[in-house]
Design a protein. Sequence first.
Length: 385
Amino acid sequence: MTEDPPNHLALLPAGLRDLLPPEAEQEAAMVASLMAVFASHGYERVQPPLVEFEDSLLAGSGAAVAEQTFRLMDPDSQRMIGVRADTTPQVARIAQTRLLAAPRPVRLSYAGPCLRVRGTQIAPDRQIEQAGMELIGCDSPEADAEIILVGVEALTGVGVDRLSIDLTLPTLAPTVMDAACLPAGQRAQLARALDRKDAAAVKRHGGPLAATFGEFLRAAGPSDRALAALDGSALPEAARPLAARLAETVRALRARAPHLRLTVDPVEFRGFRYETGVSVTIYAPNRQEELGRGGRYISGEAEPAFGLTLFPDAIGRAVPGPAPRPRVFIPVEAPGDDAAIRLRRDGFATIAALTPYGDAAAEAKRLLCSHMLLDGVAVPIAKEG
């Protein structure tokens, strides 16, 4: 009786992948660059654990990502723990517990992996890297603008230009529907139509709100046009402060970055689900996937906060990769380490010979080196053909 052949060791669960050279090093360098920009604006790094007890991980804003959270039993405590699907709720927990006495506003940053139950069509990966920042304890348009502009600076620093900043109000459409007291079935149909940007379905299911939401759909685009549509509409009393705050945030952004490309979608309500006010999504030209997403939310019980999460994997696909680090072969007979140390300082990776060889140039090529150390100098290896 023959045994089954061993499983293919490279096979991974759907949505998970190995990051190989040189992409792994490029992503690490990108994260370091993003974090350096955050730090230069006073955002201090925290590092929450990858897993937490379920009742703390999913408390507060964490409840919004419960469906995307992997759960397992902790063999030590016999309590349920969860693997984080998003880092923002963990940073909010830190701000409300260990940093409760820190002067407000507190500026925090983070970087690390998250694991989600499901990917999406546009972003099928289930393990994703996040690099982000949270401004906790201040509720002002200037705070909104600061987070967005620091994010823009960080993205520009890694080579992404001509960014599009899409501002939304995830709570506007639900607030307008609440005020109209739509029946549950009609509300669900209207929400689905708005989500799909289906103007005909909005007209069909909108009832008394059909004209208003239809106008908002048509107004989505450049910020001035959308804000004018909001200002001229008959919004219910509960929704007016939302529209006014969006306009104030746009003015704050324009005051500091007049050439920034700003768009507004008044009826877009997708997001991290814990967002309570102005929200932002950042895109690169001609790309559908998000480079970053964030918005205003409540930290803990009632503390105002605004955060932005950037996605290094998506950013890496939006910018050309840097040139690979040149590799220089160090022969066994090379005297001392001074030349190798100098080459590493100059950006080379030094590949030292560890076993005997016959042809040094052939050995260097076999080890994928672009240069070879000769008489203390890195000499390019001639390419064949």
